[in-house]
Structures are given as C-alpha cells and as structure tokens.
Design a protein around this ligand. Structure first.
Ligand code: F6P
Length: 378
C-alpha cells in the first residue's frame, strides 16, 4: 500500500523532465499519495540541507509542462556509491548508499520514481538491491540511445534545435560560399546527427557508428563545387571519429564523472581546409540542444511516461523501467535499460534514406548503394 512516493532527476537534463515530474505528481495526488521531490539526484538525501527534499504538491508542479531543465535540479556527479566528499580540501570518493536508504526509510517513502539515463537506472537498481522499497525508472536522454525503450523524451526537441541551427547555418554558408561543420551531441550514437542532418539538408553526416575518411568528405564537397554548389554543410556527432583514429575529448574522465567530448568539428574543418583549400568554419551546438521548451511530441511522451509510472506503482507490486515498445508503454526489468547502448544500426531506414538522397557518411563514395532492408514485395 503506497502512501508516499519520491521523484528525482539524475544525469544530464533533457527537455521534458518537468513534464514527467508534473505527470507523476498529479496522477499520484489523485490517488491520495504524498509526493516528495529529491533535489539534484540523490544529493538532497545525502547532504541534509533543509531544502534537499521538497513537497511536490499541486502548487509546486503548476505550469511546468513546457519548461526546459528540471525544477528538482540534476547532477552527473552524484553517484551515492562513489560520492565526492570533501576531506582536507580535497574531494574523495565515499560510499554513502546506506545513508540514502536510511533517509528514504526515515521519510516514509514507499517508492522512488527515478528519471534518468543508463547511469541513473543502474544506480536505482543497485539502491533497490540495498533496500529501497520500490523503484520505477523513467528513461531519459536527448541522445535517444537507451536500450530497452524505442524512444526517449528530449530527443525530438534536441533534433528540432539542431535543424533550426542548420537552417541558419545554410544561409550564411551559401552567402560566403563556405563549408560549415556543425558539431551536435551524441556520444556513442549518431541519432541526433542523423535525424537533424537529413531533416536539415546537410551534405555530409558523420556519426560514431561509421568511421569516416576525410577524403570522402572532400570528394563530396568538390563534386558539389563542380555542380555549381559552392557551399556545403557537414554535421558531425561529437563522438564521430576518423577511420583508425580516436574520439576528441575536451576534458578527461575523472573519478566522479565521464569525459567531456568535443572538438571533432574543428578537426574536420581544419582537415578539409588543408586538403581542398576551401574556406571552412566550425561551430559546436553543445548544450543549446539540451535547453528550451520540449516540443509537442516530447511533452506528450513525457506526460505519458510519468502517468504510466504512477499506474504501474498503483496496479502492480513490481519495480522496473517504463519503456516505449511499438508505441505502447510497458514495465520492463530495470536491467533492460542498462544493456548495450542503442546505436544506429547499419540497416536503419533513416540511414538508408540518407544514402538514397546522396548524402555522404564519410565511408562510401557517392552513388554506392548498400543493400537495403526493404521487405520483399508480395
Ligand atoms: O547524454 C547526453 C549528453 O547530451 C551527451 O550527448 C553529451 O556528451 C553529454 O550529455 C554532455 O554532458 P555534460 O556536458 O552535461 O557533462
């Protein structure tokens, strides 16, 4: 029997987090439950500040569906099993997971709705193993690469932001007859680059799944030149890498957080200019893609997932991940959300669309058609 639940948001933010929080809170209030919000992942339970846990009553979640960010705050340095604690002026890792479980019990929390990516789902599963009563995870990432679910909210908004940027970059590239290389997010998966690049009319798309050869990229640009198209747009996912080469990092991984990727657009722009002596500029869209109001599809998905999380709490006694499968929402094991990341498959219809449109992916020469996966005609 549930009386009180808690909600938190962990990892990088994604447009739609507030819509999930609102949906969980309102659908729980109707069932007579109390809803608490834990600030900044698990930090609100660990550091004992008076506003670390907040009441998510009707008022607290009013008018937030359209807002980017998260009213609860987030962090990607908040792993309770490896928590940064200050000792003698230095941050040292400590396992404070017992404190989290104890606080949850003290607060009378019967279930946690953890909204986050693969890292947050893994943490929730470990905390469940240590004694959290129940956990429902809600999958989130703009990268759209979480296993176990067909889609994640935040992706469509990030793609819309990138497409808008590509439209703008087009006009200036054309005016100056330049090549523009635009770096978008996508650490291990090229979904944002692929979707934004195709919808935004890019000429070259570089994704982590396909190692690229800059010669192929240059050939494409020169072929366009020969056809009188004196500008080109290249979209590069931050995790794209040249054949036999490495990803580009701005900051190395430390003991509390992932490495920060960045710099591939600059490198590609430099390599193009060196080879074909055509003026080339680069830009990084970065966190712009994580901000702003969620688009309609993300809002709706976020609200559906939030309400489904509450329904599964009310109607089952299980823990799990609320996942989208063939446009239905199912409760699947938490472990489904922590398997291998969902990268772009080579037979992806969207990838094939790009090839059919003559886009360059840095691997095959233009006009080389790889076998498609069209079903045989009956
Ligand atoms: O996981 C989403 C993501 O947007 C990645 O594409 C990117 O590498 C990462 O977050 C950047 O996160 P931050 O700069 O917040 O550490």
């Amino acid at each position: 029997m549930i009386r009180t639940i808690a909600v938190n948001t962990g990892g990088g933010d994604a447009p739609g987090l507030n819509a999930v929080i609102r949906a969980v809170a309102i659908s729980s209030h109707w069932r007579g439950w109390r809803v608490l919000g834990i600030r900044h992942g698990y930090r609100g339970l660990i550091e004992g500040s008076p506003d670390g846990v907040v009441e998510l009553d009707r008022n607290a979640v009013r008018g937030i569906t359209h807002l980017g960010g998260t009213i609860l705050g987030s962090t990607n340095r908040g792993d309770p099993f490896n928590y940064p604690v200050e000792r003698g002026g230095e941050l040292v890792p400590m396992d404070v997971s017992d404190d989290v479980v104890r606080r949850v019990r003290e607060l009378g929390i019967d279930a946690l709705v953890a909204i986050g990516g693969d890292g947050s789902i893994r943490l929730a599963a470990r905390l469940l193993g240590k004694g959290l009563p129940r956990v429902i995870a809600v999958p989130k990432t703009i990268d759209n690469d979480l296993p176990g679910t067909d889609v994640t909210f935040g992706f469509d908004t990030a793609v819309a932001t990138a497409v808008d940027a590509l439209d703008k970059v087009h006009t200036t590239a054309q005016a100056h007859e330049r090549v523009m290389v635009v770096e978008v997010m996508g650490r291990y998966a090229g979904w944002i680059a692929l979707h934004a690049g195709i919808a935004g009319g890019a000429d070259v798309i570089l994704i982590p799944e396909i190692e690229f050869d800059v010669e192929r990229v240059c050939e494409k640009i020169l072929r366009r030149e020969a056809r009188g198209r004196h500008f080109s747009i290249v979209v590069a996912a931050e995790g794209a890498r040249p054949r036999g080469g490495q990803m580009r990092f701005k900051r190395a991984r430390d003991e509390f957080a992932e490495a920060q990727l960045g710099g591939i657009a600059e490198q590609v722009a430099h390599d193009i200019e060196q080879r074909i002596h055509k003026e080339t500029r680069s830009l990084v869209l970065g966190h712009l893609q994580r901000g702003g109001s969620p688009v309609m599809t993300d809002r709706l998905l976020a609200l559906r997932l939030g309400c489904a999380a509450t329904r599964f709490l009310a109607e089952t006694d299980r823990s799990g991940l609320v996942a989208v499968r063939h446009n239905e929402i199912e409760l699947v094991p938490l472990s489904d959300g922590t398997k291998h990341l969902r990268t772009v498959p080579f037979d992806s219809n969207v990838l094939q669309t790009g090839r059919d449109l003559g886009l360059c992916f840095g691997d095959e020469p233009e006009g080389t058609f790889l076998p498609t996966t069209l079903p045989p005609t009956r």
